[in-house]
Design a protein around this ligand. Structure first.
Ligand SMILES: Nc1ncnc2c1ncn2[C@@H]1O[C@H](COP(=O)(O)OP(=O)(O)OP(=O)(O)O)[C@@H](O)[C@H]1O
Ligand SMILES: [Mg+2]
Length: 251
């Protein structure tokens, strides 16, 4: 099992606010980590640190290939839906293909094989019929499926999803997490969700993120411990899931 990334003693935030303090986390190739925590706890900020969109004030984020340390790795990212610009005039198929952007340049020409791959992914998610629609015409759930296709089209080593089930109905949510479980055979996954009831059936470990926190390595935690992190523990407990806890930092 290879190591993908290591976050070491990272503190990060925005101009006027430190959001994450002293975070430690290791992500390996076969991981499927669910991240839970209260609104404003820093979950999205943590994903942005991993993506390199926010530079930590302190600490390091290192990526690995074998024993080599790299400055980056291939990451597929499904942003939280309210951060997606729906006004941008672009068709579904082109959104999916834009996931190949780094290789092809933004409005680059795509090969027949790449278009076929995009269509296969849309088919797999049950939305091939939408391929020519403008993204402004889609429902929230449809848009999320389109962005999942975009996130995985380049076969990334790590897939990160920020609250992917906010807009989807129960049936699709089950299909969606089933799809993620399949994808986890090919890539590591980090998924942020408020719906702990659903994710606890699928993920392998759970990390709880709540602002000033630090990593407590591979811990099986009790309900009492989790309660202090402000997480909806009563739902977690029905799944037989080992929990990885990012513990509140006590000064
Ligand atoms: N671009 C930004 N500029 C300044 N502050 C920000 C920015 N984005 C987030 N914050 C602040 O950082 C804190 C953590 O936000 P973050 O979005 O990481 O939380 P979250 O756990 O993802 O919350 P949610 O469950 O609501 O998505 C919040 O207090 C938020 O106001
Ligand atoms: Mg968020």
């Amino acid at each position: 099992m290879g190591r993908i990334l290591e976050i070491k003693n990272v503190s990060a935030g925005y101009e006027d606010e430190i959001v994450l303090r002293d975070i430690n986390l290791i992500v390996n190739d076969t991981d499927f980590i669910g991240i839970i925590g209260p609104n404003g706890g820093g979950k999205t900020t943590l994903l942005k640190v991993i993506l390199g969109l926010i530079r930590p004030y302190q600490g390091t984020v290192n990526f690995f290939e074998g024993n080599q340390v790299k400055s980056e790795t291939s990451i597929g990212y499904l942003p939280q839906i309210n951060q997606i610009d729906r006004q941008f005039p672009i068709t579904v198929i082109n959104v999916v293909l834009s996931g190949l952007m780094s290789k092809e340049g933004i409005f680059g020409r795509y090969s027949g094989n790449q278009k076929k791959l995009a269509e296969e992914l849309l088919g797999r998610l049950g939305i091939l019929n939408l391929k020519k629609k403008n993204i402004g015409e889609l429902s929230g759930g449809q848009l999320q499926r389109v962005y999942l296709c975009r996130a995985i089209i380049s076969s990334p080593r790590l897939l990160m999803l920020d609250e992917p089930s906010t807009f989807v109905d129960t049936k699709f949510e089950t299909d969606f997490f089933g799809t993620l479980k399949q994808l986890n055979k090919e890539m590591a996954i980090i998924v942020v969700s408020h719906d702990v009831g659903t994710i606890s059936w699928y993920v392998k470990t759970i990390a709880c993120v709540n602002r000033n926190l630090h990593y407590h390595p591979s811990n099986i935690i009790t309900q009492e411990q989790l309660a202090s992190y402000n997480c909806p523990i009563q739902i977690i407990t029905h799944g037989d899931v080992p929990h990885t806890v990012l513990e509140i930092h006590k000064h």
